[in-house]
Design a protein around this ligand. Structure first.
Ligand code: ASP
Length: 323
């Protein structure tokens, strides 16, 4: 049995303060990996903090992992920094076409620290990658012996090794000794057909605007200038200050504007509040309902769709299914 492992940097590869350990060095530190009966094909892709990763990096890794799976690998593992892992995992999930698991992991403590968690996370990720139970679940995050759906997972703490949580659903399952216990199977959607190249991605940028207290609304036009899409991280169920609503409506006439919640859990509403700046006001002005996607994941979906050439109706339909 083979597993393809792609190393992209992050804390799991940090030595002396910078990401520099190779995939071979990372896997060499994992007790018990040899005993899994899986041959790990390691590829060093990048050695960067995850703040430096790009959509193209992720799509290239997905393509390489796809080739590995097509050539017989049981699954694929990606090691990277935790800071952007909730976004990269979701992007990978949107386009991953295989039943074989694509499993992302990392570490919160580098190898020079007591209680470094990288080795345990790699072991768990490989266990998940080869587990029959994990087939058909898309891209997964294996961390702290939990298994999360890419679509739901968030980094929720700046230092805790239990940082990854799925606030709306909880983890899909757990790694218990040598077993992968999947307790919940999420609905899967058809993979999106978009594989935009770097130029199309560069030409399609999406900003995130966060609603804040006492906002006169004057910042949003500057923020949206030169952008092809905008995600609004609204208060609560998808609200903004009333002064902002006409500006967002005018933007929505020009570019797709997606409404999400800045709360970190739950959905935006569609039909409950009626004040200026409420969800009904904003949706009636042409904003797109982001559903249960948080602002960061909504931005990933919107940028992928735009870079793939999708128009407003296709975008709205995609959010209706995946939001
Ligand atoms: N700053 C690091 C990164 O995302 C954090 C981590 O890996 O946990 O690369």
């Amino acid at each position: 049995m083979r597993v393809a492992l792609f190393a992209l940097g992050g804390t799991i590869s940090v030595a002396g303060g910078t990401p520099r350990l190779t995939g071979e060095q990372i896997t060499a530190q994992v007790p018990g990996l040899d005993g899994l009966g899986a041959h790990i094909d390691v590829q060093d892709v990048r050695a960067v903090p995850s703040s430096g990763l790009t959509f193209t990096d992720v799509l290239d890794v997905v393509a390489a992992a796809s080739r590995a799976v097509a050539e017989g690998a049981a699954g694929a593992v990606v090691t990277q920094g935790t800071d952007t892992l909730e976004e990269t995992a979701f992007l990978a999930d949107l386009v991953w076409p295989h039943a074989e698991p694509l499993v992302l992991t990392g570490a919160m403590r580098n190898t020079s620290l007591a209680g470094a968690d990288g080795p345990a996370n790699v072991l768990a990720a490989v266990r998940v990658a080869i587990a029959p139970e994990a087939r058909g679940l898309g891209a997964l995050v294996a961390f702290n012996d939990q298994v999360h759906a890419a679509r739901r997972v968030r980094k929720t703490h700046s230092t805790s090794t239990a940082t990854f949580r799925s606030p709306d659903t909880g983890p899909l399952g757990h790694v218990v000794e040598d077993r992968v216990r999947i307790l919940t199977v999420p609905p899967r959607h058809e993979p999106l057909p978009y594989r935009p190249d770097p130029q199309r991605l560069a030409a399609n940028r999406v900003a995130v605007y966060t609603a804040v207290l006492d906002d006169d609304g004057t910042l949003v036009d500057d923020l949206a200038r030169g952008r092809q899409g905008l995600v609004v991280a609204g208060f609560g169920v998808g609200h903004v200050a009333g002064a902002l609503a006409p500006r967002l409506g005018a933007l929505a006439d020009r570019i797709p504007v997606v409404l999400t919640s800045r709360t970190g859990g739950g959905s935006v509403l569609r039909d409950t509040y009626r004040s200026p700046g409420s969800e009904t006001d904003l949706l009636s002005r042409g904003l797109i309902d982001g559903g249960m996607l948080d602002p960061w994941k909504a931005r990933v979906l919107l940028r992928l769709l735009l870079a793939g050439g999708a128009g407003r109706d296709v975008i709205a339909a995609a959010f209706a299914v995946r939001g």
